[in-house]
Design a protein around this ligand. Structure first.
Ligand code: CA
Length: 528
């Protein structure tokens, strides 16, 4: 009996010591998904219930301070691929940057390590994906309805709604993947990007509820830099007929158009009749925006529910790390805005949920300053691979385990470049800590600094830069910016642009933010 017990113990310990297959990685990535629209993040407006996204939070870790380095679409995707800031990976803006796919990226390294990789959905880096066994992506921004896509280089057209199609294609690929290898799938939704076009099935999903307004819907930017008030991304000035769904998109089928008109037209007729202006017009636009935006997120939530159910059915859930994030956060009416770009919290901070069974503790939250800059190294670390020394983030795996490394970063460097189109947000850089942000708007017609104190002013409606009580803080944070600029290898001004082995000096405008040979004026897709 004793020998039987001993042999069982021996067997158990042998099994425990056996090398476990490297985990699969499922990265669900959204475009412009605000944490305010995810119920697990506890937004007080309660804009939407998201059971799929909430399931990830319940079964994993919710990160509350995941920051981006440059709050727009293409640049953050390049940061994720490379683990490097825009000034080192060469992709600064959506207007005319092109991704240099000859550079080191994490999927190339995973592929070498034996992973089978796929990217499905929105790519937005202008050149073809490299480092993937399978890619099936939207051209540029992509379309919501009946979208054309590029299937490993071949143009194809799909019928239906983009979020559902990306989910179907992802599940198809998981079914047909090389099962002898661990997988890394980037399932990348277009939604809920502007113009926030909902699936037909969710038109009217909110039963015409009236959404609570954000406290800063009518922010007048008193005492703030001109950089803030002179924007072009406000519900009061920039919202187009297409944004407002006063005209339908061009690519609906006749059947879809009928449902579209059945929902929008009676409401639009009332709107036209009311002839609103001023604050009432902003209020109407906000309500329309919230209906459309949350309907798009509702479809994303259904996608998450579907893929999690698929992992369960296939017995894949246990050995698959599921991560969900967005290329940045988004303004849902805060400061009167839609869109992103600014260093302010709603677009600086992006949702990040991680489920890793047996490693991450279910239902926990983490407040460390983490970033999408950290993902390349995190993916490599999950796969048990070394992290290249020239990547600029840090693996998040210790945080996934619930550890709190004493030397974790206390500050973070941000730099946004794209100007003047499309939203006239002036270039700015700054440093972020748990409590403060020090920001420099440095061109073309401003040279202003702002200091935000999120402890005293969580809505970020005032600057303390000229308050004598903050003089020491300003001094310390300016020194910290200088330290970080050296650490991340950015020289200002003027910025030194590095792209592949080319380096030149210039200003980070759309005309100059891309490699000189390929980039100028040749971008196929408009900025967004
Ligand atoms: Ca985006």
């Amino acid at each position: 009996m004793l020998s039987r017990i001993l042999s069982l113990i021996l067997l158990a310990s042998t099994l425990a010591a056996a090398p476990k297959a490297p985990p699969n990685i499922l990265f669900i990535f959204c475009d412009d998904l605000a944490s305010q629209a995810i119920s697990a993040y506890g937004e007080k407006r309660q804009l939407l219930q998201t059971p799929g996204l909430d399931r990830l939070a319940k079964e994993g870790v919710r990160f509350d301070r995941c920051l981006v380095t440059n709050s727009i679409c293409g640049p953050m995707r390049a940061v994720i691929q490379t683990g490097k800031y825009s000034h080192l990976n060469g992709f600064y803006n959506n207007s005319n940057s092109r991704f240099d796919s000859s550079q080191q990226t994490f999927p190339k390294l995973l592929q070498k390590a034996g992973y089978t990789n796929a990217i499905i959905g929105k790519w937005h880096l202008m050149t073809d994906p490299v480092g993937y066994d399978y890619w099936h992506v939207l051209p540029g921004q992509g379309a919501y309805y009946n979208p054309p896509m590029i299937d490993n280089g071949k143009q194809v057209r799909h019928s239906g709604y983009v979020t559902d199609i990306i989910t179907d294609l992802s599940i198809d690929w998981l079914n047909k993947r090389d099962r002898t290898k661990p997988f890394m799938l980037m399932l990348q939704h277009k939604a809920p990007h502007r113009e926030w076009e909902p699936p037909i099935r969710h038109l009217g999903h909110d039963k015409d509820r009236v959404y609570p307004e954000p406290e800063t819907l009518f922010d007048a930017f008193e005492g703030r830099s001109k950089a803030l008030s002179d924007h072009d991304m406000g519900l009061d000035r920039t919202f187009t007929e297409r944004d407002a769904k006063l005209v339908p998109p061009a690519n609906l089928t006749l059947d879809q158009l009928k449902y579209w008109n059945d929902y929008y037209e009676p409401r639009n007729a009332k709107f036209r009749e009311a002839n609103l202006s001023g604050k009432e017009l902003v209020r109407w636009r906000y309500q329309r925006y919230m209906h459309d935006y949350t309907a798009c997120v509702k479809a994303v939530d259904e996608s998450v529910q579907r893929v999690l159910a698929y992992l369960d059915e296939q017995g894949l859930a246990e050995n698959t790390v599921v991560m969900l994030s967005s290329d940045q956060g988004f303004y849902l009416g805060e400061h009167g805005w839609f869109d992103k770009r600014w260093i302010f919290e709603e677009s600086l901070s992006t949702p990040f949920l991680v489920r890793w069974p047996g490693v991450s503790k279910p239902g926990t939250t983490d407040k460390h300053i983490v970033s999408l800059l950290d993902l390349a190294q995190t993916f490599l670390d999950i796969a048990g691979q070394p992290q290249p020394a020239d990547m600029q983030g840090r693996s998040l795996v210790p945080l996934f385990r619930g550890e709190a490394p004493a030397d974790w970063r206390k500050s973070f460097y941000y730099h946004y470049y794209e100007h003047p189109v499309p939203h006239r947000v002036r270039p700015h850089y700054g440093v972020i800590t748990d409590r403060y942000k020090l920001i420099h708007y440095y061109k073309p017609d401003v040279d202003d600094w702002e200091l935000l104190d999120r402890e005293k002013d969580p809505l970020e409606t005032r600057s303390y830069y000229n308050d004598p009580a903050y003089a020491d803080t300003v001094k310390e944070l300016k020194a910290e910016i200088q330290r970080l600029q050296v650490e991340v290898k950015e020289s200002l001004p003027p910025p030194r642009f590095t792209h592949g082995n080319k380096t030149w000096e210039g200003e980070p405008t759309p005309a100059e933010g891309a490699p000189p040979k390929k980039g100028r004026g040749k971008a196929k897709k408009k900025a967004e």
